[in-house]
Write a protein that binds this ligand. Sequence first.
Ligand code: 0RQ
Length: 505
Amino acid sequence: HESRVLPPALRGRLMSADAAAALIRPDDHIGMSGFTGAGYPKAVPKALAQRMQAVHAAGAPFKVGIWTGASTAPELDGALAAVDGVEMRLPYQSDPVCRQRINAGQMEYIDIHLSHVAQFVWFGFLGHLDVAVVEVAGILEDGRLVPSTSVGNNKTWLEQADKVILEVNTAQNPQLLGMHDIYYGTQLPPHRQPIPLVRPGDRIGETTLRCDLDKVIAVVETHAPDRNINFAAPDDNSVRIAGHILEFLSHEVRKGRLPAELLPLQSGVGNIANAVLAGLADGPFEQLTAFTEVLQDGMLDLIRCGKLGFASATALSLSNAAMADFNANLADYRRRILLRPQEISNHPELIRRLGVVSMNGMIEADLYGNVNSTHLMGTQIMNGIGGSGDFARNAYLSIFMTPSTAKNGLISCIVPMTPHVDHTEHDVQILVTEQGLADLRGLSPKQRAQVIIERCAHPDFRPALRDYYRRALDQSPGKHTPHLLQEAFAWHLQALRGERMGHGA
Ligand code: 0RQ
C-alpha cells in the first residue's frame, strides 16, 4: 500500500505498534478514537495490552484511563479489559469483557452523555489528557489529518493531549476526504456564540482535523477493517414496533404537528431501529433528513432509494455488505452525508433548533414513563446512556421502544418502578412496544399509568400491573404519583430469583 503519510517531517516518526505503545506510561489518560466500532485504533491498543501483560507478570502495576467517542471493538476495549489494564473507562462501552469487569467491580466506569465529553475535558472536569491515539485515513502534505469512519471526540483529543499517536489505516477509503465537517468555532463559557447550523446539511467547519505535528510522537501504519456487525433480518416484534411508529408519524402529519417530510430523524442502533428505517423506505414520506449519531444500514438504504436527502452523524455503524456498498459509491454518498464531532452531532442547541424526532431503545419503563436504558435489575450496567439523553430531552418528539417482555416472557419491560432511571418522565413523550404505542403528551402521571398499561404492557402482565396501580392509588399517601414503596421493586426481586415477574399478585 502506498504510504498516506505525506509530511516529510513525520517519516522519521513511523514505527511499529509495539514501539508506539512503549511510549505510553502507567496512569496516563488516553483519548482514543472510535465510535460504534468505526474508526478506532486497530494496533496500538493491542500492543499496549501485551506490554501490560508482561509488566503485570513481572509483578508491577500498569493501568491507564481510556476515554473514547463511544463503543469500540474487541481489539481495543476487549484487549485492554482482558489484561485488567483499564483504571477508568468513559463515556460508553458495549464490550462483553469490559462489561463483565465493570460489573465485577474490577474496573471503574463513568457513563456520560456523549455531548458532554468534549466540554468536560475542556472545562478540566476529568483531569489532564496525556496521550491521544487516533486513527486517520491519511495525513496530507501540510499536516492536516483526513478523518476516518468516525469523528467522535478526535478534535478535542488532538487539541488537548500532550502527545499524539496516529494510526494511518490504509484499509479506510481515501475518498472519505470531503465527508467530514469539523467545527472549530466552539468556545468556553462565557464566550460561547450560537452554532451556525440551521439545516442538517449545513457545512459549518473544515473537511480535515488540525494537528500540531510537533506533538506527534509516533505514526503507525495499519491495514485493517472496522468491526462491522451484520444485522439479523428484523424479527416480528421489531416490525410491529416499527409499524406503530410509522402509523403515529402519519397521524402527526395529518394533525398538522409534523410536516409531510417529517423533521430530522435520530435513530439508535440495533434491530428495532433498522426495522423503523426499513419501514420508512416502504412508507409515504419523501425528502426526509437525519440529524443523528450513527449512520446504520437502514439510513444508507433510504439514501439509495431517494427518500433520505441528507444525513448528519458522527460515525458509521454498517454491516459488511453496507460497508462494501458505501465504499463502492462513496463519491455519491459524500454529497448526502456529513460526519461531525459528537459535541455537534449531539448538541442540545442543535437538536432543539432542528426539532429532531428521536427514537431510542430502552431496557424498561415504569408506569409513569420513567425510562431505564442502562442497568439490568438496577445494578448491572449494560452499555451506557450514549446519546439517548442528549436527544431525548431536547427532541421535538422523544420516542422510546422495546419489546414488552424479555427473557422468554419472564420479565416485563413495563414495571411498577424502575430501579434505575436514565430518562425521567419529563423527557419521555412516547413509549412503544409490539403491543402498541402510548402517547404520553399532555397526560398527568395517573393518566399515563393507565395508557402505558393498556397500550404497551404485555397482556400476561396487565392484570398484575392494574392490581398494583389500583392498590397504590388506594393506599399511597400521595395521589399524584401513586406507589407502594414496600412493593415497588418486588418484581425485580422476583426476576433476580429467576421467578416470573408479578406472579402471586
Ligand atoms: O440480553 O442479549 O443477553 O438476551 O438486554 O436487549 O432487546 O436485544 O435490545 O439490543 O435494542 O438494546 C437499551 C440496551 C437495548 C440499547 C438497549 C436484555 C435482553 C438482551 C438487549 P441478551 P435487546 P437492544 C444512540 C442511542 C442506550 C444507548 C442509546 C442501549 C439485552 O438500546 O444500549 O440509546 N441503549 N443510544 O434480553 C432484563 C429487561 C430487559 C433485559 C432487555 N427489562 N430486564 N434484561 N433485556 N430488556 C445510539 C448510540 O448511542 C450508539
